[in-house]
Design a protein around this ligand. Sequence first.
Ligand SMILES: NC(=O)c1ccc[n+]([C@@H]2O[C@H](COP(=O)([O-])OP(=O)(O)OC[C@H]3O[C@@H](n4cnc5c(N)ncnc54)[C@H](OP(=O)(O)O)[C@@H]3O)[C@@H](O)[C@H]2O)c1
Length: 369
Amino acid sequence: MNTILITGATGFLGGAVTVNLLKKSENNRLLLLVRGDSPAEGLSRLQSNLAKFGVAQNLLDTLTTDNILIGDLAEPERFTADPRLDSVTHVLNCAAVASFGANPYIWKVNVEGTFTFASRMNQVSGLKRFIHVGTAMSCAPEANTLVTESKLNTLRDQHIVEYTWSKATVEKMMSEMLPELPLVIARPSIVVGHSDHGCTPSPSIFWVFRMALTLGKFMCELDDRIDVVPVDYCADALELLLTAENVDKSIIHISAGLNSSVTFAEIDKAMAKASGNVPVGKSYQKVNYRELAESKKNFASLFGPCNERIVLRAMNLYGHFSKLNVVFCNEKLLELGMPPSSKFTDYLHHCVTSTQDSTIAELMAVDFK
Ligand SMILES: NC(=O)c1ccc[n+]([C@@H]2O[C@H](COP(=O)([O-])OP(=O)(O)OC[C@H]3O[C@@H](n4cnc5c(N)ncnc54)[C@H](OP(=O)(O)O)[C@@H]3O)[C@@H](O)[C@H]2O)c1
């Protein structure tokens, strides 16, 4: 029997992998680090999140307050003395401030708290694996490349946002300063939607595509590629990494790779088909920040009620990522036995259906916490 400690189970990736493991609870005892005032409140928030993945109520009811470890990575000393940590065999560390905004907790949680937590787990004698969920963007990739896992970049000025810099920094600290930790770093590329439930679990990043195509303008070329995977694929890969052999000290992309990544033109066609519209196609314009800013006055009429300044800032940030035109090599993951990911355009219609009643401003809030 494994005792698996999962952090971030109230979030998108952590929720998806918790759902997978809950279905195999005969082999796994789950301990879930959740923020909250009490185990009962933490449990209730966790169950509400897992329900978004279509989990049956009777399965949700198998979770009890015994599965909950109340704790906040901003104050790790308040939970690291809990003796239940000493019986953990596997860690899936999905928690982070995953925000492109200027959240004052990014460094405190993603670097300081995460490193303190990893140091504590390094003292657990029966720990077999510590999977840290990083991000493929932690290498600050060079534009127009096929990126391998060998790269990492911890220079602040090479990162578009503090979030990716924080993720790069903690990876380096854990690898260099905790050599005994049975560490596997999983680096997902861009996780958008769920293959069956679309954006019901989370609309994270999907709104960027909707926004760009509604405007008919963005900072990338239409034939630029984007490496997107659905959250259930990411969860299956994380589950595989829990028990995969010979992966200690490895860094592994969870990505679409060359064969399953898609172009913006393909996304345009799939989005149009799912929405009953005509693709933007030839009328699409690649623009720079100044040209985007000139469209600001049209944002509210196109996107619904929104703060135009915040929307422009979001478009600029995500626009910089979009024009990288990078694909993250997935050979290592495929060699471990994972099948290739489905393409974003194969399940995008579920994302359209599940977000049709929400405005852009409502959808984007999840990425600017
Ligand atoms: N989504 C992507 O496209 C993507 C791509 C690459 C890598 N990743 C990585 O995947 C991981 C999960 O991202 P996500 O998209 O699932 O983000 P998410 O939906 O925002 O979930 C973040 C999770 O972390 C928890 N958390 C945040 N601050 C915490 C703290 N101080 N103490 C304890 N828990 C805390 C949140 O708990 P609360 O519910 O209490 O807020 C939530 O459960 C992150 O490490 C991210 O860097 C994501």
